[in-house]
Design a protein around this ligand. Sequence first.
Ligand code: NAP
Length: 243
Amino acid sequence: MSCALVTGASRGLGRAIAVQLSKDHGLHILVNYASNEEAAKETLAEIQANGGSGELLHFNVQTKQEVDDALNAWREANPDHYISVLVNNAGITRDGLFMWMPEKDWDDVLNISTKGLFNVTQNAIQQMLRKRSGRIVNIASVSGMKGVAGQTNYSAAKGAIISATKALAQEVAKRKITVNAVAPGFITSDMTKDLDEDQLKQMIPMNRFGKAEEVAHLVSFLCSDKAAYITGEVVNINGGIYS
Ligand code: NAP
């Protein structure tokens, strides 16, 4: 059975992407989460309510051993299942001016985004390479495209994801695996809940924050057969704030 692994699928964009991939492609969804099991169960319930199937898969993306143990054990228990779609979505922000930024805030943001991408992708891609097919979508950000003041750590992390996407896409294109990035602007979720939307929307040409479902539709398209010739690409989805 074809499966999609969505990291950080318990909440926000990850949840919307997990639900959309199930609806559009009938994939069995592996709902990864770090600590919020209740929220992950809600994602799974939403998938099942729409007639789809899935299961929870707990691991912290930044710990290679944890990622390998969880994925290898899942594979052993499910020899007829195969991860054909991987969405590297897990991410955090720890905003602050660079001059006062604690080292831990730099490390945590970089580790979850970039080390997380390495850990999960290196495990999942082996089978895609053998099967000669696969879809990988990495969730970047407008911060990785233009750089955002107060987010030097996050901008560095997302910029690295964009470059890694372009490089890996070239390595695996011959095996019919596509690797793309999506770069959202301000999207309503827990990550942006403390921001002043009324003030910030004034600088967004669309005059509003985006919805997680809007990002999910884009990711779902990139995971479809129709997107077979798109690889190494970064697609902005930001209401016109940056292009
Ligand atoms: P969110 O609502 O804060 O959700 C973050 C998700 O990531 C949660 O499911 C969380 O799991 C998971 N996570 C965090 N650390 C993890 C770890 N070490 N291992 C595994 N999972 C982990 O964030 P969001 O707004 O949906 O953001 C999702 C992605 O989109 C992130 O990469 C973010 O940078 C990117 N993005 C968001 C926006 C925006 O405006 N919202 C804009 C651009 C890009 P738990 O529930 O278990 O904590």
